[in-house]
Design a protein around this ligand. Sequence first.
Ligand code: HEM
Length: 431
Amino acid sequence: MSRPDSLPHLDILSHDVYERGLPQAAYAEFRRDAPVAWINETEANGHEGVGFWSLTSHEHIVAVHKDWRTFSSEVGGTEIEELQHDPEALAARRTMLETDPPRHTKLRQLVNPTFSKLAVETYAAHATELMDEVLGDALVASGDAGSFDGVHAVARELPIRMLTGLLGVPDDDAPQLFHWADQIIYNADPDYSPAVSDRTDTDPYRLLPFRSPVTLKVFEYVQRLSAARRGVESGDVLSVLTNALVDGEPLTEREQGTFFLLLLIAGNETTRHALAQGLLVLAQHPDALDQLRADPTLLDTATEEVLRWTCPQLHFRRTATVDTELGGAQIAAGDKVVTWYTAANFDPAVFADPHRFDIARTPNRHVTFGGGGPHLCIGQWMARLEVRTFLTALAESVDCVELVGEPKRVRSNFINGLKELPIRLVPPRHT
Ligand code: HEM
């Protein structure tokens, strides 16, 4: 099998690279010269990995996501780690995200009613109330200085307040639970993680999602709460998972734990960064809020543009099930394939003038929620609702967003996010 050399210009897996910023110039080189590029992990990152195919063009990412038979989520999971060679860890960590149809379809159906477009539309008034509350609290807390950390005060708050009721978590438990979620997902960032993934020996935790010991605390929590929900159909996610039957069998305790964890993390850690980087891009493009105020019919296209631009999930992974060809590259059965959404969203073959933030952009076929196929984000309608509500509230209640310090990025090659964003919300000129 012939494989092109990896391009040397970027250590595409380095957590440090993403802590500094998105490597858009290098992505553009990859897209132009080797949109399906073989990356040798040992050389590129010092990781113990056999290497992977790195996809940076929109066309290939969509093709791979749609063809789940050739590019499986189940065979090796969706993280870059070599789980295809560790079936025990793969099984212990498996969620619906790492399951192919037909079982995937059955698992997804359990929570589909909670996250369908129709169901989410019924939360709209609640989202508006929560957003007003969040902005109000942030402004009060900012005091006379008027400045605050947009990540903690705004972006982190709305998704958490939206999720607790749906998950079936008491409001009082939310701070602890979401603190655990941060520790788990930012496993490469020493500001969060007790076991930094590329600096400590995480082998003892290989059976735990994200190799994080903190997941055990979430699993214990789920078991404690689900005991009271046995036989009780209250409609929240915890009671659904407790009482679910799939192929006539209940979910195991571990399956309940990993399913809950998936929703906890996917539902809050991604939308947070769409809102945080939404604040940043609005600060960098002060005309955008004026444009939206002048033409509120732009709300939907503005929402999609914020999602394209902010793209909180950097990548996911698939594993080839057969020898196949993609973009001229010969992919062998068992090879890992990594889809860089943050690159595809700026692919000039699909987006005219891709580095222009344009709230009127249409069409906008971003892959922020994945490239299609069975795993297309189940929370997309909820994320859209939150971004829409956020933009509406800002357009109504502030003149502009002002950056008053340096944003700080999360150290992660998996989540494209901010951990600090010093901002001020400038009140409307007429008050
Ligand atoms: C801006 C916010 C969000 C982004 C960027 C995002 C991104 C993604 C992406 C890229 C996938 C596809 C994974 C794949 O194909 O392998 C996905 C799947 C998923 N997302 Fe989201 N997501 C967001 C919000 C949410 C929310 C609010 C929830 C739920 C509360 C959620 C729950 C999930 C779940 C459960 C899956 C797995 C679906 C499946 O395997 O069928 N996401 N998300």
